[in-house]
Design a protein around this ligand. Structure first.
Ligand code: FDA
Ligand code: NAP
Length: 450
């Protein structure tokens, strides 16, 4: 394993990797933590590879709404008095009264994005944008049995690198776009995560036939967008199921996203964890909000009434191959009904085929070997979201995301970020206190006095 004795001058209590909503929420939790006083602050810095704050910007389509209540914001579930709540943002924006008149729990994604930008701007002094973390490694300290410090290598937009040191890192690098095997994105073949950027680079007149692959929320929203934005175009939806299935957001099922469900999943039996997934995967994956489903069905029905159908649903169909040549794209579609394959020529092809979960191994490199995995090869994660290490490292590597197998369905979502960030902040501060007490009074009984 690569280690280095090179000690950076900057040493933080915590370095956050990625500054999306999860680590933004952590920055707030650390600021609001009672143990962080001006005399003894919990020092934190965050690195974000985007040039400015942005939350799934390429999917900020008109009229799309949040899939969680505005009260599941960056802070409220942990601290209803926080100045970083969505309600505070509305108040600061002089829209609180109108928002209430609207009687809607689900703001547009556009408005929630503005809220996140507003909060990120207030914390701008502890973030470096345009800075991609490329590796994390332990610092080999002379005479120390276990490494207390981690080195984080950061690459700036101009290619220069710097190294900072921290006692803890919190990896929160988000979902990873997933394409079918062998398919690569380019100027005419896009993953949904690239959608608006790639769409805006085209002349809409050149897009006479487009197709969207998938039956999740991203696919349905993009089909609707194409239908509105390209009134001259044929729009094909390649749907692996018989039709879009509804996202279950009814109250009993929605409890799987409650903070308490994390304990039930984490400490539950294997059978209990399995039941969470078997019964409630349809709260999030391969499902679509009912208003979008009904809107799309209404459109296709209206086209039938008027004549001149241009919205085509190819159900029970999967993509098996994509051939590209210049601006031509031919996609092979296999129907599960008769097992036949046909080719469709399109001017743009969008894969709304979902995401893989965050995997910390890429950033950890050889250091990953320090951390324990379960029988299925997945990282073992403590209840406080810290990777479990074989050697009992003194430094901490925490995950926000990538913990669905241990902490359940809310791991990749916003639902629980306020509480989760608070738990991570508590853990970091508690371990700092323990370390300081041990230094001041290095006898075993000192630990029990914490
Ligand atoms: P997120 O992906 O938002 O942020 C990670 C950040 O890390 C990014 O800004 C990235 O640039 C940065 N980064 C990555 N690697 C880096 C590196 N090596 N160095 C530095 N920076 C790096 N959930 C929900 O509960 N309600 C909802 O309404 C929605 N809506 C929604 C819409 C769309 C279009 C998608 C794709 C997903 C959702 N989600 C959602 C789920 C989504 O995972 C969630 O909203 C958040 O994005 C999770 O926030 P994170 O900060 O964990 O990841
Ligand atoms: P998703 O729910 O994982 O859906 C991916 C879809 O692609 C599935 O229907 C999958 O079918 C299909 N698929 C995969 N490979 C295929 C192939 N070769 N041929 C045909 N279909 C294929 O992904 P998503 O829709 O991007 O949603 C991801 C997350 O983002 C969710 O949490 C969602 O709620 C969120 N989101 C939120 C909003 C919003 O807030 N407004 C908007 C968009 C997304 P199988 O299931 O059969 O594999």
């Amino acid at each position: 394993m690569e280690t280095t004795g090179r000690r950076s001058e900057e040493v933080y209590d915590v370095v956050g990797i990625g500054f999306g909503p999860s680590n933004l929420s952590l920055a707030i939790a650390l600021e609001e933590h009672g143990a962080s006083t001006p005399q003894h602050p919990v020092t934190a810095h965050f690195f974000e590879r985007q040039p400015a704050f942005g939350w799934h910007r390429n999917m900020l389509l008109p009229s799309t709404t949040m899939q969680i209540s505005f009260l599941k914001d960056l802070a409220t579930y942990r601290n209803p008095l926080s100045r970083y709540s969505f309600v505070s943002y509305l108040h600061a924006s002089n829209r609180l009264v109108q928002f209430v008149n609207n009687q809607d729990f689900f703001p547009t994604r556009q408005e929630f994005h503005q809220y996140l930008e507003w909060a990120a701007a207030a914390l701008g002094d502890r973030v470096t944008y345009g800075a991609e973390v490329t590796s994390i490694r332990p610092v080999a300290e002379a005479g120390a049995a276990k490494s207390e410090l981690l080195e984080i290598e950061v690459r700036a937009g101009d290619g220069s690198t710097r190294v900072v040191a921290a006692r803890n890192v919190v990896i929160s690098t988000g979902l990873v776009p997933r394409m079918p095997d062998g398919v690569r994105s380019d100027e005419r073949v896009w993953h949904s995560s690239e959608f608006l950027g790639k769409f805006n680079a085209q002349d809409p007149k050149d897009l006479k036939s487009v197709a969207v692959v998938g039956a999740g929320q991203s696919a349905a929203e993009i089909v609707r967008f194409f239908h509105d934005a390209l009134p001259h175009a044929q729009v094909s939806a390649v749907v692996p199921s018989y039709g879009y299935a509804i996202a279950d957001d009814t109250p009993f099922a929605n409890q799987v996203f409650d903070p308490g469900a994390v304990d039930d999943h984490y400490f539950g039996t294997e059978q209990a964890r399995d039941a969470f997934w078997r019964y409630h995967r349809n709260t999030n994956y391969s499902v679509v909000d009912s208003d979008v489903i009904r809107d799309l069905y209404r459109r296709t029905y209206d086209e039938r009434v008027r004549g001149g159908e241009r919205l085509h649903f190819r159900s029970l169909t999967r993509v098996t191959d994509v051939k590209r040549a210049g601006s031509e794209t031919r996609v092979s579609l296999r129907s599960l009904l008769d097992d036949r394959t046909e080719e469709l020529a399109v001017d743009a092809l969008v894969f709304a085929t979902g995401y893989d979960n965050l995997d910390p191994a890429r950033l950890l490199g050889d250091f990953d070997g320090h951390f324990l995995r379960d029988a299925a090869g997945r990282h073992q994660v403590e209840r406080d979201y810290r990777l479990l290490s074989a050697s009992g490292l003194d430094s901490g590597v925490y995950l926000q995301g990538g913990t669905e197998h241990t902490h359940g369905l809310s791991s990749a979502l916003l639902s629980n970020i306020a509480v989760r960030s608070g738990e991570i902040a508590d853990s970091i501060v508690l371990r700092r206190t323990e370390r300081e007490l041990n230094r001041a009074c290095p006898v075993p009984s000192a630990r029990s006095a914490v």
